[in-house]
Design a protein around this ligand. Structure first.
Ligand SMILES: CC(C)(COP(=O)(O)OP(=O)(O)OC[C@H]1O[C@@H](n2cnc3c(N)ncnc32)[C@H](O)[C@@H]1OP(=O)(O)O)[C@@H](O)C(=O)NCCC(=O)NCCS
Length: 152
């Protein structure tokens, strides 16, 4: 894995249907329970906040839903070669900003207990553990979920 020199000009762009195959490719590389292309398409269709970061091709993405004064960070990922360069932090900051613009009071997310790097990132932005959901993630990598929340 090499360190990427993150261009300060790298900005979030709305995810388009054409981005979905590339997004799902990254998802398959980084997630133990990867979303299919159909799930990403459903999120676009549902009007969720779906954003990508790209230099040339998509390098990272987020999916956020906001309803009833609550925001839910449904997905966030950075392609392996681009991790540890600050992009994950930038995406999370952007997701929090989006939620604030939607005037929600609280933001939630689920994370695997084994996913220490994501937990560290969330805690660095003020998220804290709310509770645990038993066996939230199904086979083949069954695991509880830690539900994190942030007051906005
Ligand atoms: C979680 C994820 C989005 C972080 O993205 P990233 O671009 O690596 O994050 P950053 O470079 O902004 O790092 C932010 C902080 O995350 C933590 N972190 C990131 N990579 C880490 C690693 N390999 N080991 C330990 N901590 C790590 C650190 O706190 C880091 O800050 P620091 O390096 O200055 O101490 C990325 O690892 C990823 O896409 N993982 C796979 C998908 C995933 O797990 N999504 C979350 C599901 S809940």
């Amino acid at each position: 894995m090499h360190v990427v020199d993150l261009a300060p000009s790298l900005r979030p762009e709305p995810m388009m249907l054409d981005d979905v195959p590339r997004v799902a490719l990254i998802e398959a590389q980084v997630s133990l329970s990867p979303w299919s292309q159909a799930i990403f398409r459903d999120c676009l269709q549902a009007g969720y906040q779906c954003w990508v970061y790209r230099q040339v091709n998509v390098n990272a993405y987020l999916v956020l839903s906001c309803a009833a004064r609550e925001a839910h960070l449904l997905n966030i990922a950075v392609q392996p070669e681009w991790q540890r360069s600050g992009l994950g932090g930038r995406i999370l900051d952007f997701a929090i900003e989006l939620a604030r613009q939607e005037d929600v009071g609280r933001m939630f997310l689920e994370v695997r207990p084994s996913n220490h790097r994501a937990q560290k990132l969330y805690r660095s932005r003020g998220f804290s553990l709310l509770h645990r959901r038993k066996a939230y993630y199904g086979p083949p990598h069954q695991e509880d979920a830690m539900v994190f929340s942030l007051d906005l």
